[in-house]
Design a protein around this ligand. Structure first.
Ligand code: SAM
Length: 663
């Protein structure tokens, strides 16, 4: 554990430097303070990820890079006395205490103030004093301060704070006109008493609530209910006017959507949750039109290759290789084993039956990389059919990974601690051997070779994925999305120069990462990679909802539940769509009028629910900032959505237990 933490911290420090933190005192302090001691035990393993994390009272410990950026902007000196507003976990105060002589910090929640005080005492940060109170009023007894930092976002700069600055002192504060959208400001008191204000960039903090901050928002934040506005925002009205109403998924006329898609070679169909029926139904409807009217050749989905291969066999009615594995039996089963997908898969099978040439049948493929061990088995069983000597070698090489079969994440940890070395050379050699024998092997059966080589690539990338998982979430995210994008490209190549693909995956993979806060963390995704490579030849469609029910779990690996989706937050794009008054619509963004397009570039909150949904910490866990008209070419809205009908282990009465074959 010790070694792991040290290693993570090295990567964390490198990241801070790479992102432009140069102040030696700030870097030293960030390297010294153990961030894992300021979050719950369950989150300690994420302490050196560059992201905010939830703490008690629905608050957050800020993103480390932003903490470093704020402290660097304060231009601190060792003799300074500093005031912090928003103690939260106490982490930023602890970092400050390593740089300056004295730190005063104020927190409005009594429980947080108490926890932070005890924590700071226990860690012997003796030059910090914690007060519970309204920090917007400052701490006049200890003023003036050489610097003040506010770690919550207010509507404007509180006068009480600026008046408590010493000459040449500076105040760092996120401020902006809406609850979740701020500019980081630096206000400096000049020698003659005048003030200068500089903007340091867009940020997003929890609200600063108090006499000189936001008022009356607490109830709204706690309940997740909408703040009632006297009349809809003009922008919501504009959306209502530009939107194309969807009377029902089955009957909506999609001619204009097909026109807008034009000659695009890729249509990416997102989703705002992994468990809302309408998203699947609408993606199926659009996919059917793309296949029958525009000649699209295959569907690639956010599922593992071997699981999707079973569906591919099913819809082509080709012979299945015997396997012990049950399709889509791993968490989260409901994401693909659900009635909505089943109905679409049955349609694909009927469609393929009417196509004579094998090569013209629609294919169904998985882009994800979580199936390292099923993929190993698939490569070995393929080689057993075509080259028994190579199969023996594959068993030997992949044997390197077998001790961690039940928990591949442990392999990553072991490889990192370097006690057991790692299996990278073996998995790379295996893939190279397969590729070298491409001509010989694919003479037997090109599709089977495609399957084997895709599994071998998956094993190579998954091996790397599990290793980098311990070096921070950004690298592993980028690796996963690069794997998905490359698999998509290999498939386009396999299907020929004129081939066209439909992709089904979460908005977070398919919306352009450059238009969301992902880019500030250095993350990219399938959407941004597609735009880079295919430009307008990729049409990116996002999906959204306001409220309803969703199939999701509370934790990774926990049972699926039907959860209530809270109405969208104020200041979110979802809220704007809700206020349009329409129950369901298509909203063209690439082809929107200039005024609407510009208005929808504005940074707002957007919600992402994955296989996990935690309404209790919704803001921190599920909202991020985005610029909608840059993120997507089109947005599809369902104001109210319902959970998918799960099959498989989650099946209710009357549902087949295996998917898709238990029909
Ligand atoms: N600096 C914190 C840390 O390192 O964990 C993170 C702070 S969190 C992003 C913002 C904090 O500001 C919350 O704990 C919130 O309760 C607090 N807050 C909001 N308004 C406040 C006010 N008027 N006075 C004091 N604290 C306030």
């Amino acid at each position: 554990m010790e070694t792991l933490t040290t290693y993570d911290k090295d990567a964390f420090m490198t990241l801070l430097k790479k992102r432009g933190i140069q102040d030696a005192a700030v870097l030293k302090a960030m390297a010294t303070v153990p961030r894992e001691r300021f979050v719950g035990m369950d989150l300690a393993e994420f302490a050196y990820d560059d992201s905010p994390l939830p703490i008690e009272e629905g608050q957050t410990i800020s993103q480390p890079y932003i903490v470093a950026l704020m402290l660097q902007a304060m231009q601190l000196m060792p003799d300074d006395t500093v005031l912090e507003i928003g103690t939260g976990s106490g982490y930023a105060a602890a970092v400050l205490s390593r740089i300056v002589k004295k730190v005063y910090t104020i927190e409005r929640h009594q429980s947080l103030a108490n926890i932070a005080r005890h924590r700071l005492q226990a860690l012997a940060y003796d030059n910090v004093e914690v007060l519970c109170g309204d920090g917007t009023l400052g701490w006049p007894e200890h003023a003036p301060f050489d610097a003040i930092v506010v770690t919550a976002g207010g509507p404007e700069i509180p006068h009480s704070l600026s008046s408590q600055l010493a000459p040449a002192g500076c105040l760092i504060i996120p401020a902006g006109p809406t609850l979740h959208q701020q500019q980081l400001l630096r206000l400096t008191r000049m020698a003659d008493g005048s003030m200068t204000v500089e903007e340091l960039g867009a940020v997003r903090f929890v609200p600063l609530i108090g006499e000189e901050g936001w008022q009356d928002v607490e109830q709204e934040l706690a309940s997740g209910l909408h703040i009632s506005s006297p009349k809809p925002e003009p922008l919501a009205e504009q959306i209502g006017k530009a939107a194309i109403h969807i009377p029902s998924i089955d009957t909506v006329n999609l001619d204009s959507l097909l026109d807008r898609i034009g000659d695009a070679r890729l249509v990416l169909l997102g989703e705002a949750t992994h468990g809302s029926a309408e998203f699947y139904e609408m993606r199926a409807r659009i996919s059917k039109e793309l296949i029958t009217r525009k000649g699209f050749n295959f569907i690639a989905v956010e599922a593992d290759w071997p699981d999707a291969a079973q569906i591919d066999h099913f819809i082509r009615e080709t012979r299945l290789e015997p396997t012990d594995e049950i399709t889509f039996s791993r968490f989260p089963t409901w994401m693909w084993a659900n009635r909505q997908v089943l109905e679409f898969v049955q349609w694909l099978r009927r469609h393929n039956r009417n196509i004579q040439s094998e090569g013209d049948k629609i294919g169904f493929y998985g882009l994800d990389l979580y199936s390292m061990y099923s993929s190993i088995n698939a490569v070995i069983s393929y080689l057993e059919q075509v080259d028994s000597k190579a199969a023996k070698e594959a068993r030997r090489r992949y044997g390197c990974l077998s001790p961690w079969e039940n928990d591949p994440a442990t392999y990553g940890r072991m490889a990192l601690l370097a006690r057991n070395g790692h299996c990278e050379p073996e998995v790379i050699s295996m893939l190279q051997d397969l590729l070298q024998k491409r001509l010989v092997y694919s003479r037997h059966d090109g599709r089977k070779f495609l399957d084997a080589v895709s599994n071998a690539r998956l094993v190579r990338n998954a091996e790397q994925y599990y290793r980098v998982m311990y070096q921070g979430s950004v690298r592993s995210w980028n690796l996963r999305d690069t794997h998905m994008f490359n698999t998509l490209q290999y498939l386009l190549e396999y299907h020929g120069t004129q081939s066209k693909a439909i992709v089904w995956a979460h908005n977070s993979h398919l919306g352009d990462a450059n238009a969301t806060e992902m880019s500030t963390r250095g993350e990219y995704n399938v959407g941004s990679l597609c735009r880079e490579k295919f430009a307008d030849g990729a049409y990116l469609i996002g999906f959204g909802t306001d409220h309803g029910t969703v199939a999701a779990a509370e934790d990774w690996g926990a049972p699926m539940e039907i959860k209530t989706v809270l109405p969208a937050r104020a200041d979110s794009y979802e809220r704007l769509c809700h206020d349009s008054g329409l129950d369901a619509f298509l909203l063209p963004l690439r082809h929107a009028n200039k005024k609407l397009s510009a208005a929808l570039k504005e940074i707002r909150l957007e919600r992402a629910i994955g296989v996990i949904y935690r309404p209790a910490t919704e803001v921190a866990s599920h909202y991020f900032t985005a610029s909608l008209s840059r993120q997507f070419d089109e947005y599809i809205w369902f104001d109210e959505t319902r959970a998918v009908d799960a099959l498989g282990p989650e099946a209710g009465p009357g549902m087949p237990e295996t998917f898709p074959f238990g029909l």
